[in-house]
Design a protein around this ligand. Sequence first.
Ligand code: NCD
Length: 317
Amino acid sequence: MDAFPHRSLLDIEGLTRPDVERILDTAEAFLQVSRRPVRKVPTLRGKTVINLFYEASTRTRTSFELAGKRLSADVINMSVSASSVRKGETLQDTCRTLEAMHPDVIVIRHNASGAPSYVASKIGCSVINAGDGMHAHPTQALLDAFTIRHEKGTLDDLVVTIVGDIAHSRVARSNAHLLNLFGCEVRVVGPRTLLPPAVDALGVRVFDRLKEALDGADVVMVLRIQQERLGRALLPSLREYARTFGIGPVALAYAKPDAIVMHPGPMNRGIEIEPIVADGERSVVLQQVEAGVAVRMALLYLCAGETSEAPAVGEVD
Ligand code: NCD
């Protein structure tokens, strides 16, 4: 098979549909590794992955760490709050310092949009964007696509409704770009104040009301209200938001009877999603988490492990 054409993953716009399919197919093989009693393969032995997280994270950081370790890479987690960043070191100096230690991959999450591409332009190793400001979260979109493909059997031509704080969501942006590659109808719905100014440029249909937005939906993707990014009062009351846009059984009944419910986490239970839906049988939130490890294994392998072929499904020993 041809070498994967990308050393870094900065956003979904840099990927073609065959690239996405290659990543998801590779992740299928790695999903099996996580389900075995011995959850480790030697694929990235001798490689080094540095996780550099400038923002809080549970799922993304842990799954990158597990992904690296399950591939036998050496994984270093830099705790930014305990590093020289606190002493005023610039991002460029931090990266050049880390680069002098010869990592193969730097995984970076940063509150500034564009930080991962800045880093990639300054240093030679692979860079994977683990979420930058309000710009992109490509690994989340890929794990969401993996989950949808598993649950629905296809990614083609589905109706996917993204609900909530679209304006501040790098998850919504990356998902819209990815789903458009597969001909999906991507809908967004939420308060007007939480829609980005150039929302049409995302290739989505905009709705004001849940009922219409969810009518015929195959996938309901619920987003967290990003209270840390709201800045000023874009939302008069969380209680009113929950009443108007929260996903509970009543709202879910507008979607197709077999619609799945997704959430990237962390969830604000009782605000954007009711617990009965979050924990209900149509929720695939934990499947998304499991997919996250497999997809990140695939990305580490494809971006940094060019020396050996990816194992075929069922042949991961
Ligand atoms: C998302 C993020 O950090 O962008 N979370 C995640 O990576 N699982 C979404 C969020 O914070 O709401």
